[in-house]
Design a binder for this molecule. Structure first.
Ligand code: GDP
Length: 263
């Protein structure tokens, strides 16, 4: 019976490794991050056109949530494994990323990678905020739809503020603030677009539709990441860098820590 049990256990875990989806604009560092987490080194990347998946192991420096009650002297456990899924960041290929949000049952969270130097320019900030807005709206709609069926589960989102090593990068707090402000602007622009498309002030149905396309608290002027909790979306913003200058290593402990907490 012991053998059968361990066989079943292994089979079950092999089927459902916890998965995290990497998402974000092209050039933010998703492929570098995947390579670092999978191989321990951020080897040179090429522009990826296809989805890549890597099996990674949580480093011993990060504690998995399931380990919380385990003694620090207990070395009998292997560090847990997880899947990282990289998605192409080009605007045109974005639908791949959004499509892959739907089926995966073992999806534990989303890692939205931001280039903290690129968001110091108006164009870079807008591109990033548009992408983030669209992803969060998909998550919100999923949550709203599943609320009517059974057991709506929440999802964790890490905004990984990458490239903190760069001289031109903005600090994490400022990146967070600018993203929240810009997402609010994107939301307003999109809602005006909707009004133009559909004609102003239609039926009750039309109004309800507008509301379902509005990210976060309906009609609110400000957007805060915390507003998304109401829709089961827990957002954390953590800085780091995949690459370091010269001999310096990357700084990714905060991201591993978040993964461990959400395994
Ligand atoms: P992706 O398009 O999101 O997959 O981005 P890549 O992983 O291809 O990275 C884009 C570029 O940014 C590459 O030239 C990387 O070497 C560089 N890069 C990625 N992470 C960092 C970082 O933390 N710091 C610096 N300075 N460069 C980085």
């Amino acid at each position: 019976p012991v053998l059968v049990h361990s066989y079943l256990y292994r089979k079950a875990t092999a089927q459902a490794l916890p998965a995290f989806l990497l998402i974000g604009p092209s050039g933010a560092g998703k492929t570098s991050l995947l390579t670092l987490f999978a191989n321990g080194t951020p080897s040179p990347t090429h522009t990826s056109q296809e989805t890549q998946t890597a099996t990674c192991q949580l480093p011993s420096s990060a504690l998995a949530s399931t380990d919380r009650y385990r003694s620090v002297n207990d070395h009998t456990h292997d560090q847990p494994q997880l899947l990282l899924i990289d998605t192409p960041g080009h605007g045109k290929l974005r639908h791949h990323a959004l499509a892959s949000l739907t089926p995966a049952t073992a999806l534990k969270g989303l890692i939205f990678v931001v280039d903290s130097a690129a968001v110091s320019s108006a164009a870079g900030l807008t591109e990033t905020a548009e992408y983030l807005h669209d992803v969060l709206l998909v998550l919100q709609k999923k949550h709203t739809q599943s609320r009517t069926s059974k057991g709506s589960q929440g999802i964790a989102v890490l905004v990984a503020v990458n490239k903190q090593d760069l001289f031109t990068s903005l600090p994490v707090g400022l990146v967070r603030q600018r993203l929240e402000e810009e997402v609010a602007r994107v939301r307003l622009t999109r809602s005006k677009g909707l009004l133009v498309d559909s004609g102003v002030g239609l039926t009750d149905d039309g109004e309800a539709d507008d509301e379902s396309n509005w990210l976060g608290q309906y009609g609110s002027k400000e957007f805060k990441f915390g507003h998304m909790e109401e829709y089961g979306v827990e957002i954390e913003v953590v800085g780091g860098n995949v690459k370091g200058e010269g001999e310096e290593k990357g700084r990714v402990d905060g991201w591993w820590g978040w993964i461990g907490e959400n395994l």
